[in-house]
Design a protein around this ligand. Structure first.
Ligand SMILES: O=C[C@H](O)COP(=O)(O)O
Length: 271
């Protein structure tokens, strides 16, 4: 499979479901339990393809209990974190709380945080640093809006976000990073960037990481595509050389659809 290896480093594909502000803690547990059963029935090999979910904060304790209790291989993360560790920050969630809840990952800079909450790259850089302080792997989201895409400056725009958001990381930290390219015009719209668009940007991100850090860092970082991913288009996107996974919004709320995305290798063989 082209997306899982570059010859030296094995980049295990990551299929991540971002539930956004959907599913209360009861619904979240029900969906996760069904997902685990569906993948078990399909004999999913988690060592080949990693599966992560990003539930709302209020679901995380239940998710932790289920994952631990049933010894699931599914991992999970928060949808955001505070740049601070503790204090008078009403409504914010510290990375140390996410770590305590067993989170592996945390989303940083999702376009809905950048646009609805006006999060700046300076703030996102502090959130990336906070994630590492608490042993969380940041899934850093970058990408352009429609106007930028139409102006043809999408690569430059996205790399500028990346540079600011990862400033100050050491190579070891940078090598663990996951970067999700999410063209804002393709999120929740049904519009999907083509596999070639996803590859163009992921290759540019990898080259930028090589320039900022070194080739071995760039070769280790997993790059995801996000934006209207479904079972019907996932395999073609994941076949691209520099695309190592997908960040799925809407389709992650449908167990069968999401399980079919997780099993994209099967579609590559049979589809
Ligand atoms: O985090 C996920 C992305 O925003 C994509 O969402 P979507 O699959 O609903 O377009």
């Amino acid at each position: 499979m082209t997306s899982s290896t570059n010859g030296t480093y094995d980049r295990r594909p990551l299929i991540a479901g971002n539930w956004k502000m959907n599913l209360d803690h009861v619904q979240g547990i029900t969906l996760l339990q069904k997902l685990a059963w569906t993948l078990d029935d399909a004999k999913h090999d988690y060592s080949r393809v990693e599966v992560a979910v990003f539930p709302p904060f209020t679901d995380l304790r239940g998710v932790q209990t289920l994952v631990k209790g049933d010894d699931l291989d599914i991992v999970y993360g928060g949808q955001d974190l505070s740049p601070e560790d503790s204090g008078a920050y009403t409504g914010d969630i510290s990375g140390q709380f996410l770590e305590k809840l067993g989170c592996t990952y945390v989303l940083v800079g999702h376009s809905e945080r950048r646009t609805i909450h006006n999060e700046s790259d300076e703030l996102l850089n502090r959130k990336v640093q906070a994630a590492y302080r608490h042993n969380l792997v940041p899934v850093l989201c970058v990408g352009e809006g429609l106007e930028v895409r139409q102006a043809g400056t999408h690569v430059e725009h996205t790399l500028a976000q990346l540079r600011q958001d990862v400033a100050g990381l050491d190579p070891e930290q940078a090598g663990e990073l996951v970067v999700a390219y999410e063209p804002v015009w393709a999120i929740g719209t049904g519009e999907v960037a083509g596999p070639a668009d996803a590859q163009e940007m992921c290759a540019a991100i990898r080259a930028e990481l090589a320039a900022l850090f070194d080739e071995s860092v760039a070769a280790r970082v997993r790059l995801l595509y996000g934006g209207s991913v479904k079972a019907s288009n996932a395999a073609a996107i994941l076949k691209e050389r520099d695309v190592d996974g997908v960040l799925v919004g809407g389709a992650s709320l449908d167990v069968d659809e999401f399980a079919n995305i997780v099993r994209f290798e099967h579609h590559l063989v049979t589809g």
